[in-house]
Design a binder for this molecule. Sequence first.
Ligand code: GLU
Length: 336
Amino acid sequence: MSKSLPVVAVASLGGTISMTPSDAAGGVVPTLDAAQLTHSVPGLSDVATIKATSLRQLPSASLGYGDLMAALTWAEQQIADGACGVVLTQGTDTLEETAFLLDLFWKLPEPLIVTGAMRAPQAAGADGPANLLAAVSTAVHPDSVGRGVLVLMNDTAHYARWVSKGDALAVQAFVSHDGGVAARIVEGRPVFFHAKPGRPQPLPRPVRDWPKVALVTAVLGDDGELAEMAVNGGYEAVVIAAQGAGHVSFGFAERIGRLTAQVPVVIASRAASGSTASKTYGYVGAEIDLARRGAHLSGWLSALKARLLIVAMIASGVAPGAVGEALANWSKLTRQ
Ligand code: GLU
């Protein structure tokens, strides 16, 4: 007698997980659809009934906001139709951004899991099938409910808020530095390390076109000219990946003071981990000075995530005055 399995909806967006060699292109390109991806995964049909859909066949750098909103709408519909969870497959290059953008809008308790692969299907030790199996196993597990969007790579589940791509090519490419990883997949099930973290209120769906929000890295000898050029060029906000705990040069600080009168300016750290400081350094260009000049500090949110939060807030029509509070909410390291 066949047991009834939970339904997991899987949609493909492209990425290495779906790539096969092309002589014409001289390398691998996205070709496989969701049905092909899920068809050959050993053990998958024992875990869930898979509903496969192909949404896009793109390298992940070319995914746009519209593609991701389409994926979000599709995912919400799958849950409404009875799926217990959804899995999106995509390229890993932008996964830390796409997962967070989806998380900002994901309002359902059911798990939305994003996965991909570092090695294409024909490569020795291709990791796509294992990642897909682990993602689906996580999607069906009751402990995954209420945790927002998760990234599943290399038998590890990461929260969308904290995950970053720490290596360009290694199979163990993803890290969650300070927030910590959510779970490891052990013997076919996710083992979560902590109770469900508090989740900020998801944002309302966009009500206007997507704004241009610049991300500018502060570098040695930098006086912030690029940030000013961005604002003059029509960017509606600027995120600065600043030195250390949120620091820039004297000249850059003066420019930030002028820019905050025009657009929201957010200071994040360009370091791979750690948060911005708020009350340690008092010199010109340090975090206290920049906050006094009207800039917002991103806390534990990386520059990439802070930029997406501002993008999504502006698109959703949230008042610019709410930027500070939103950064504080989304950068909170909460564990129950
Ligand atoms: N390393 C990337 C991947 O894992 C390259 C392509 C992409 O991001 O789409 O998929």
